[in-house]
Design a protein around this ligand. Structure first.
Ligand code: PLP
Ligand code: CA
Length: 300
């Protein structure tokens, strides 16, 4: 069945849609902004939801920033936002490890964003930043491994390298070392002809060399789902907005939320056609070219 485009809705249908939810969960990159540029109309639309009394959460798989930095970025781009409305994967890593009473060290393929969230809950970590130059990798010695490491965390890491994969796999060779990943996005939106490999690329690499499967915390996986379910939302009256069917919309469908896909990020009209044919991942309830298109549809 075709996905209903909200642009084709009557005034009454828009009013019914707007009345049908009181919580809005939104993806960030691809829905609200791309890189450091707001997508036109997105700030006004989110702020209008807030004006209508909707509760708002920003749910991002991006692991490179702490929650307060996401709030600052959102504010600078024109969104009303506070740190406690941000649910990001760096925060989820810290929340998870704290929740299980983890007291050892984390070896990280990742960024300072995860590091700062870990520090905030008193968990020690190593691995941020460049490691050996790759031509040195054969000289790596067992003494370079830290015996206090009890978990490997894989998130986005612009300094990812062969030596880092060696260390991660070596730690994970011990069965009691935990293996956690922030997210498995294949690509990040960029536009133009440049493809930006996503964190899923790094997770697959570490899964391959460690011969293990990571526990993935971000959208659409079980941990973020349970987290959201513990927030006391009414699923039937919650709207999930996203630009990807296999993360955002899949999470929304698994949680029983209403779902809105926008075509301003990763998923194109052509991808949507393919998903429709293959019946996988789940289709959204409704679609819009971009979130800001709602501005013209809000009742005046
Ligand atoms: N992780 C990183 C490192 C990113 O740069 C991005 C998007 O730019 C994402 C994840 C995806 O974030 P979101 O879930 O907000 O689309
Ligand atoms: Ca996105």
């Amino acid at each position: 069945s075709a996905v209903f485009n909200l642009k084709d809705a009557t005034k009454e249908e828009i009013q019914t849609f707007l009345n049908s939810f009181d919580t809005v969960l939104t993806d960030c990159d691809g829905v609200l902004w791309i890189d450091n540029n707001a997508i036109p109309g997105s700030p006004e639309t989110m702020n209008q939801f807030r004006k209508l009394g909707k509760k708002i959460f920003y749910v991002t798989n991006n692991s490179t920033k702490i929650r307060s930095d996401f709030a600052i970025k959102a504010q600078e781009l024109g969104f009303i936002a506070s740190a406690d409305e941000i649910l990001s994967t760096a925060y989820l890593v810290a929340h998870y490890l704290k929740g299980i009473g983890f007291t050892k060290k984390v070896y990280m393929i990742g960024s300072n964003g995860i590091g700062e969230e870990l520090k905030a809950v008193g968990i020690r970590y190593i691995g941020v930043g460049p490691d050996h130059v790759c031509s040195d990798f054969k000289s790596m010695k067992p003494s370079e491994l830290d015996s206090e490491v009890g978990a490997v965390v894989v998130g986005f890491d612009e300094h990812v390298s062969y030596p880092k994969f060696m260390k991660a796999a070596s730690y994970l060779d011990s069965e009691d070392c935990l293996f956690i990943a922030t997210n498995t996005d294949e690509r990040f939106p960029k536009g133009g002809s440049i493809v930006v490999p996503g964190t899923g690329t790094l997770v697959k690499a570490v899964e391959t060399c460690s011969q293990r499967k990571a526990l993935v915390l971000g959208k659409p996986h079980a941990y973020v789902r349970k987290f959201l379910e513990s927030c006391g939302l009414d699923p039937a009256r919650t709207l999930m907005i996203g630009d990807r069917c296999n993360t955002d919309i899949e999470l929304g469908v698994r949680c029983g939320f209403q779902t809105l896909l926008v075509l301003s990020g990763v998923t194109s009209e052509r991808d949507l056609e393919k998903i429709r044919t293959e019946k996988k991942p789940p289709l959204p309830d409704v679609v819009l070219p971009k979130l800001g298109d709602l501005m013209a549809l809000f009742p005046s």
